[in-house]
Design a protein around this ligand. Structure first.
Ligand code: NAI
Length: 342
């Protein structure tokens, strides 16, 4: 790519710690001379407060145009109010593949050399939001009912994505994670279809299956058994946070939401209201998401420089945020990463 060719991309700073970590990420991407031409838009609680809607049409138009976004975390009211805008964006733009790598960056942690990529189906399952309360007598919430939706085509599409990803990235093994012993239709269809896709790759990629609860225990006992995990929406959401815990916490794990027509990059973590506004959040997860975004647009050299600068800053150890046992603020950490880029 020519030195001055800019790539239009939507930027959503997000809620809670979103503005703080986004500012750090943009400063570092500027120092890296990343090629993005940002179109800044709002979503989530910030948009709701400012514009009366958590998902303004201008934000959707921007993503339709750029087909590429870096997104800070968005707050979702619990139990009432608007539905998750992050989930809504994944549905609207058919971002069916959620790629969540967890890798050891912090030496001396609970486990050395964790390197697992979780591929999560991102648009189906229990997160389709088909749910309602059934009132009985004077209790409007007497019963709650939710439907999970799994399709053969959706399961095939995510399984093919996972196996192609494995081949493109030189991975060796995929663990298909399910709960088909209990959810014989919902999880059974996913398992059946993923196994059918796996047949085509068996000579190149090792395949195994595990039940989600046992998988959670095995991950905590010995993560080195795992290379890639392929699973459905909710199990992937839960296991990817568990994987973040294996490598030092949510401040360190990025995610990519990939579809045919658009891609949105974000941290795995949420808006962390407990530490918002204090200038102490770790921006690394969003930075690693930006590195995935650089890879996505073919800027692999800059992606590697960014990851190396993060690794060097963490190895140096003198300027770490509180979640990693340090005393540095978000901005101070960002300056340390910028110094490592030089
Ligand atoms: P959370 O991920 O925001 O926070 C969990 C814990 O991890 C908190 O103690 C927090 O301080 C810590 N943490 C998270 N990110 C951190 C960082 N970068 N540096 C240091 N510490 C960090 O999860 P929680 O509290 O369950 O959710 C808060 C809000 O975020 C909710 O409204 C939820 O719906 C939303 N959320 C949004 C997501 C998205 O936009 N993709 C993903 C997950 C949650």
């Amino acid at each position: 790519m020519s030195a001055n060719k800019k790539i239009p991309a939507t930027l959503i700073r997000g809620d809670g710690i979103g503005p703080e970590i986004s500012a750090a990420a943009i400063a570092i991407l500027d120092a890296l001379d990343a090629p993005f031409d940002w179109d800044e838009q709002q979503a989530g609680m910030a948009a709701f407060d400012a514009l009366g809607t958590p998902l303004p049409e201008a934000t959707l138009d921007s993503i339709r145009k750029t087909r590429l976004a870096l997104k800070g975390p968005l707050t979702t009211p619990v139990g009432e109010g608007f539905r998750s805008i992050s989930v809504e964006l994944r549905k609207l733009f058919k971002l069916y593949a959620n790629v969540r790598p967890a890798r050891t960056y912090v030496p001396g942690g609970r486990f050395e050399d964790v390197d697992i990529v979780l591929i999560r189906e991102n648009t189906e399952g229990l997160y389709v939001g088909v749910e309602h309360f059934i009132p009985i007598d004077d209790d409007p919430h007497a019963v709650a009912e939710a439907s999970g939706i799994i399709t053969r085509s959706g399961s095939r599409r995510i399984a093919e994505y996972a196996f192609e990803y494995a081949i493109a990235h030189g991975r060796r093994k995929i663990t298909i994670v399910h709960k088909a012993n209990i959810l014989k239709c919902l999880s059974g269809l996913f398992l059946e279809t993923a196994n059918q896709v796996a047949e085509k790759y068996r000579d190149r990629i090792e395949v195994e299956t595990r039940i989600v609860d046992a998988c959670a225990m095995h991950l905590v006992q010995d993560p080195s058994q795992f290379d890639m995990i392929l699973t459905t929406n909710m199990f992937g959401d839960i296991l990817s946070d568990l994987m973040a815990g294996l490598v030092g916490g949510l401040g360190l794990t990025p995610g990519a939401n990939i579809g045919k027509d658009a891609a949105i990059f974000e941290a795995v973590h949420g808006s962390a209201p407990d530490i918002a506004g204090q200038g102490i959040a770790n921006p690394t997860a969003l930075l690693l998401a930006a590195a995935m975004m650089l890879d996505h647009v073919g800027e692999n050299g800059k992606a590697t420089r960014l990851r190396d600068a993060i690794q060097a800053t963490i190895n140096d150890g003198g300027c770490l945020t509180g979640d990693l046992g340090g005393k540095a603020g978000t901005d101070e950490y960002a300056q340390a990463v910028i110094a490592q880029l030089a």
